[in-house]
Design a binder for this molecule. Structure first.
Ligand code: DX5
Ligand code: ZN
Length: 207
């Protein structure tokens, strides 16, 4: 499978977001990872639809919108309207029936559907939903902040997931050159990376 890199703009300099986005686009990013946080599901507040709308105007990269918010179903349409190409919901924030509904609605709008799970959430929680998703986003840190350390304890989870799921497996949190090899070996093919890419002197090389 092709390995794809999704720089997470949470580690960008927001005073010049346009420049930062173009930097990673030129450096060879495959998509742009956008972390949406509400201060409830996670202890941080970040980006809303209005910011996504303006990001969409300055880049051709697909927008990979990671919703770390309670009641995500109330905001999905706004993020679709803002130009998201991929939307990820967390299994901890929605019932299976609600997720199936959102997945069907997103598919109709040709938006790629992702399902994410926290490091402490077992695969059993998402197993029955795998047939409705385009990709799974495996969290390798407790969501909320960039710059945390990768948790190697999620590697067996990635391996097990790969044995039952053929779509894209994305890994998010603490990804850098030291851990990427092990993540890919376990079966993931999309790497979301914030501080490693945006903090690099040479982002092209980092990617
Ligand atoms: C964490 C976010 C991640 C984060 C990644 O809650 O979902 O996308 O920004 O940043 P790094 O790569 O620095 O861990
Ligand atoms: Zn993320």
């Amino acid at each position: 499978m092709k390995i794809k890199i999704a720089p997470s703009i949470l580690s960008a300099d927001f005073s010049c977001l346009d420049k930062e986005i173009k930097k990673v686009e030129r450096a060879g990013a495959d998509m742009l990872h956008i972390d949406v946080m509400d201060g409830h599901f996670v202890p941080n507040i970040t980006i809303g639809p209005v910011v996504v709308k303006y990001i969409d105007r300055v880049t051709k990269l697909p927008l990979d919108v990671h919703l770390m918010i309670e009641k995500p179903e109330e905001f999905v349409d706004d993020f679709v309207g803002a130009g998201s190409d991929m939307i990820t919901l967390h299994i901890e924030t929605i019932k299976a029936s609600g997720f199936r509904l959102q997945a069907a609605r997103l598919k109709k709008k040709k938006i790629k559907v992702g399902l994410s799970l926290n490091p402490s959430t077992p695969l059993a929680k998402i197993k029955s939903l795998l047939r409705y998703v385009d990709f799974v986003l495996v969290m390798s840190v407790h969501p909320g902040f960039s710059g945390q350390k990768f948790m190697p304890s999620v590697l067996p989870k990635i391996k097990k997931l790969r044995s039952m799921f053929k779509g894209d497996i994305s890994v998010d949190g603490g990804v850098n050159d030291k851990v990427a090899g092990g993540i890919i070996k376990a079966g993931a093919n999309v790497l979301a990376a914030g501080s490693y890419v945006f903090g690099a002197k040479d982002p092209k090389r980092a990617i």
